[in-house]
Design a binder for this molecule. Sequence first.
Ligand code: AMP
Length: 412
Amino acid sequence: MTNHPFAKLGLKYSVVRAAVECGYSEPTSIQSQAIPRILRGKDVIGSSQTGTGKTAAFALPIISKLGKHGKFRCLVLEPTRELADQVNKSFIRYGRFTNLRSALIQGGVGYGRQCQTLAKGCDVIVATPGRLLDHFQQKNLHFRDIQIVVLDEVDRMLDMGFLPDVRRIVKLTPRKRQTLFFSATIPSAIENLARWTLKNPYTVNIGRRRSAAETVTHQLYPVARSQKIDMLIRLLEDADYESVLIFTETKLDAEVLARKMETRNFAVHTLHSDRSQRERKLALEGFQKGKFEILIATDVAGRGLDISGISHVVNFDVPRNPENYVHRIGRTGRANAEGDALTLFSSDEIAEVKAIEAFIDQEIERVKLDNFDYAFTTLLRERPQSRPVRRGRNRGYVPADTLPIDINKRRR
Ligand code: AMP
């Protein structure tokens, strides 16, 4: 065991054993860079892609450093309840050969059990900001003994308006602390927060900052808006899918699509913020366990969730925010598995497609289906000259002259 690559990073035996039991044979890039620094007490800022093994990159060294059960010494802040739940489970899994206690403090559920857990004492708290502050105000916990603060998915916290709460919480923790800061993207508001919270941090930068997961095949399917549902069903019929996560822009769109798919005999579930915490948990668990193959979600599910084995992500609408595209498709192709990301787009969504292509610095392949009865759409207008053709998996050749002139030209 001392020769195991995780042991060589300096992790304690109990933690290496947990990693081995998880089947991890080699550290990922973010892990081999971050773990030794975190063990040495350095502040770390990581702009890592989703699915890179980020959670273990901070959880393994934290558990190794905390050693055994004592006071509440490590706080992890997460933007969503699902993500907090998942990261807490990772702490429990990686800490199973120690007597450390990790607690989940998230909104949307009762206070009773959380108060009992806090009263019993825990070493790590994984929390969403609002509920954590409620407990602080009710004096159910204090931050005096904190040694390590993890701010995870900070760009998502920014999107959700949590940054003021995050600042308040960080201010309540001792100045002499280690801070670990993770964000898939680092816009200027986040850079300011990082400067304020971190001391002389070590930067872990994996790949291009905004690149989409490299194991994902992206494709765009031009289609008239009125035919999106028919196209989606056709794609599902053609695809050899195990599990499909479909994203819609709004909760209403998710419900409408679910009803339409049910009438066509697809078993689907929805995941969005109008669903109760219990419903969201059941939907997620059912999908993870393979009880049903199709989950329709809004961006609530788009970030950070580690649902392994998603074979296809479908964007029923082109995401308005290019960062959401990266986060949505990050659900597939995780931990080096192959995945497909399919995006249906109609002529009113060209600006969004362009913004995504600029953001990921990559042109996304356009695919036209054989034997699909296309209604006229300007996206499929004929073009005079011919260009190289590409084959989409399970699909026919794509005549380039059916692609829209303006969006298909190569950027420099
Ligand atoms: P994360 O980026 O933390 O969401 O992790 C993505 C997935 O990678 C999770 O399913 C982890 O269990 C898995 N994972 C983390 N570290 C490793 C590793 N060293 N080897 C193989 N899989 C890993």
